[in-house]
Write a protein that binds this ligand. Structure first.
Ligand SMILES: Cc1ncc(COP(=O)(O)O)c(C=O)c1O
Length: 369
């Protein structure tokens, strides 16, 4: 049985003629950038998140960077980031001229450990970026409290957590601003690149609106130095088709995750995802940890089962951050998690027989090992 790591085809089948109808409707209107589809999507997505404003941008990395810039964060500032995340979280901080300061993650939830934040605070700390990694919200209660006490801007990296909740509030409404990615494989994905900043703060929303469009509010009037990073009409229109299906897809991801966790529960050799009672997990990825990760991945591959590693190298060990002062061994939790993590096949329409086949194979692997 061939089981891919991810499969788009069922999403496209489910949307069917709506995809081509959307394409034709956008084409027939002939307005392809900054039009009505974007405005309506921004309104719908803000409401979905429980926030006042949404500003569509070109991708998740720009959403993070523009939110920081809109808050005035730049050269001389320090921004607390998790020690293990997709590198974009760190890159956004560097893009605005600030310095990313890693805080070790909690290996149970894979998000920044609130207990380790205090020791990293300095007079230059301006913000914190909790990442809701793999689809599980970070411990936003504790993070919010620390941020309020120390006057920090809280920017959620919600690139992997569309629809996930902390204490019954959705990601996107848990910090001062949030950055989303609509990269095609995300829980809410476009058919190309896309992203958004979501916030209750009018001044941040207005600044991001200018920064995404050459620093301009009125055509050919440029108030600040901005860039060009916009969510185009076609992507916005396609996202509008998908948004009403998001909760259903997330529920299916949850059912698949439950099946994996029940099937694998008897194996002491692997660490399964945990979901604290105050949060919901939208399982962008179903990630286990194993000391035999590479051998297990090879063995799955031999059986035609896809898997992936998110992420094999923690940010501080990339060439991009070689001058950050964090050498190998300096962030041991991130480094261990990077060595042991394995993402199993997951997409909303994945048949449960596929889940059972992956579980069976993992059990056989450990029976032989
Ligand atoms: C945690 C995290 N942050 C940021 C990003 C950046 O998003 P994008 O790929 O849209 O630039 C991603 C997506 O890949 C991500 O997973």
């Amino acid at each position: 049985m061939m089981i891919p790591f991810f499969d788009f085809s069922e999403v496209h089948r489910e949307l069917g003629s709506r995809l081509t109808a959307t394409f034709e409707s956008v084409m027939s209107r002939g307005h392809l950038i900054m039009g009505q589809e974007l405005e309506v999507f921004e309104d719908e997505f803000a409401k979905y998140c429980g926030a006042k404003y949404c500003v569509g941008v070109g991708n998740g990395l720009d959403a993070l960077a523009l939110a920081l810039k809109a808050r005035g964060i730049g050269s001389g500032d320090e921004v607390l980031v998790p020690s293990q995340t997709f590198i974009a979280t760190w890159l956004a901080v560097s893009m605005v001229g600030a310095t990313p300061i890693p805080v070790e993650i909690d290996p149970a939830t894979y998000s920044i450990d609130p207990e380790k934040i205090a020791e990293k605070l300095s007079s230059r700390t301006a913000a914190i970026i909790p990442v809701h990694l793999y689809g599980l919200p970070a411990n936003m209660g504790a993070i919010r409290q620390l941020a309020d006490t120390n006057g920090l801007f809280v920017l959620e990296d919600a690139a992997q957590s569309h629809g996930a909740m902390f204490e019954n509030k959705r990601c996107g409404s848990l910090g001062d601003a949030a950055a989303f990615s609509f990269y095609p494989t995300k829980n809410l994905g476009a058919m190309g690149d896309g992203g958004a900043v979501v916030t209750d703060d009018k001044s941040i929303a207005e600044k991001v609106r200018m920064l995404r469009n050459y620093g301009s509010r009125v055509k050919y009037v440029h108030e600040v130095v901005g860039g060009n990073t916009r969510l185009d009409e076609l992507q916005a229109a396609l996202l509008r088709q998908k948004l009403p299906l998001l909760d259903g897809w997330n529920a299916k991801r949850g059912a698949i995750a439950k099946r994996y966790s029940e099937g694998l529960a008897t194996l002491d050799e692997i660490v399964l995802p945990t979901v604290p009672a105050d949060r919901t997990h939208v399982f962008h990825l179903y990630v286990i940890r194993s000391k035999k990760r590479d051998a297990l991945a090879r063995s799955l591959q031999e059986q035609g089962i896809g898997s992936a590693v998110h992420y094999p190298i923690p940010p501080h060990l990339h060439g991009a951050f070689s001058d950050s002062g964090f050498a190998k061994g300096s962030l041991p939790i991130a480094e261990t998690v990077a060595l042991e993590s394995l993402s199993l096949p997951m997409w909303p329409q994945m048949p449960l027989e596929f889940v059972d086949a992956v579980v069976d194979h993992i059990k056989q692997f450990y029976a032989k090992a």
